[in-house]
Design a protein around this ligand. Structure first.
Ligand SMILES: NCc1[nH]cc(CCC(=O)O)c1CC(=O)O
Length: 359
């Protein structure tokens, strides 16, 4: 699992001490004085039930327990699988049924109601404005942000600089994302698009059953599921700008849960936070929903010797049929990620035809 590459922070947080004390007391059968706040264990972690969500959740718990081993020793986690509206509606575009909030609503409710203590999300499925009282406490190290092209049976990978060379004229691409569709149609207006939804395995099965000629998926998901070999062409993020937050796992908690927020902040990946902040600010400025083809991809470019890294953000706005496409790059200091995203979003919107953002 790739989170294994995450640096292990110095295990000195308050919660670790608290948890260690609790473990010692449990062993000795002692009761904590009632005047003290005592967190209920196990910690209840909310997750969607898809194979990818479960892999991500367990990988996150591995990072957390590596940082705070006493939690594992105590069997301190309880996984709560939560079915979301987005999981249940499989036959329509997310854009039609109300957007990405649908994958998180039930999880947010469980967190707000205190039925779970924190929740693990694919950041790209998490709306930019969280419900009041919930915060994004932690972002984990980014897996590869790029999209990949997967060819169906009968299509051969082409040795060409054109990433879509393997697709014959009028090929049918199974893809529910307006962002991917718009960027492909912009360079290949002949292609046809059909819906292909469901989890990663379902989509691959439909492709194998020849419901379409090819599909697009996030490399991150394939890799986490151990299916990276299914990626036929990895698409350059400057040609196929990824979705904001793609490849990043984020953890939400109640804003009032200071203790958990402190623990989660300690395992946060600084780079993932900086790029996610820029990408999500861009998205928020443009349109929080996923009805508009919007891409956002940031990375840190190392500075020279003794110099700080630069944050480089690519933003994209397009029309669903690919007839309009605007891609723009902004650079700045990582500490200005939020402003950089807002400003780039503003400039993209200002120079896009108004029909793209019309409701
Ligand atoms: N919308 C579904 C979804 N949410 C996150 C990922 C992949 C993993 C990631 O981007 O972190 C996927 C599948 C896909 O788009 O291929």
């Amino acid at each position: 699992m790739d989170f294994a590459r995450s640096p292990v922070p110095d295990p000195s947080s308050a919660l670790q001490k608290v948890a260690a004390e609790a473990a010692a007391r449990q062993k000795q059968g002692l009761q904590r004085p009632e005047t003290h706040h005592r967190r209920q264990l196990p910690l209840r972690v909310g997750t969607r039930a898809s194979p990818l969500a479960l892999v991500q959740t367990r990988a996150f718990l591995t990072v957390l327990t590596r940082f705070c081993p006493v939690l594992r020793d105590m069997g301190a986690f309880q996984e709560h699988q939560i079915s979301t509206t987005g999981d249940q509606v499989q036959n329509r575009r997310l854009a039609e049924i109300g957007g990405k909030g649908l994958f998180a609503k039930e999880i947010h409710d469980a967190l707000s109601d205190g039925r779970i203590d924190f929740a693990v999300h694919s950041l790209k499925d998490l709306e930019t404005t969280l419900p009041p009282g919930l915060v994004l406490a932690c972002t984990l190290r980014r897996e590869d942000a790029r999209d990949v092209l997967i060819l169906g049976p009968g299509l051969e990978k082409a040795e060409a600089s054109d990433p879509f060379a393997a697709l014959p004229r009028d090929a049918l691409v199974g893809c529910a994302s307006v962002r991917r569709q718009a960027q492909m149609l912009h360079v290949r207006p002949d292609l046809r698009f059909g819906l292909l939804r469901g989890n990663v395995q379902t989509r691959l099965d439909k492709l194998a059953a020849r419901q379409c000629d090819a599909t697009l998926l996030a490399l991150a998901g394939l890799r986490r599921l151990g299916m990276e070999d299914r990626a036929d062409v990895v698409l350059d993020p400057e040609i196929m700008v990824p979705a904001a937050g793609q490849g990043i796992v984020g953890v939400t908690v109640r804003e009032s849960d200071v203790e958990l927020r402190e623990l989660l902040a300690a395992i946060e990946d600084y780079e993932a936070r900086a790029v996610a902040t820029a990408e999500r600010a861009l998205l928020a400025e443009l349109d929080g929903s996923c009805r508009t083809p919007i891409g956002g991809y940031a990375r840190l470019v190392p500075g020279g010797p003794g110099q700080d890294p630069t944050l480089r953000l690519t933003g994209l706005v397009a029309r669903e049929d690919g007839s309009f496409l605007l891609r723009r790059v902004a650079t700045g200091a990582p500490a200005d990620a939020e402003r950089l995203g807002r400003e780039l979003g503003h400039s993209l919107r200002a120079d896009s035809p108004s029909d793209i953002f019309a409701d």
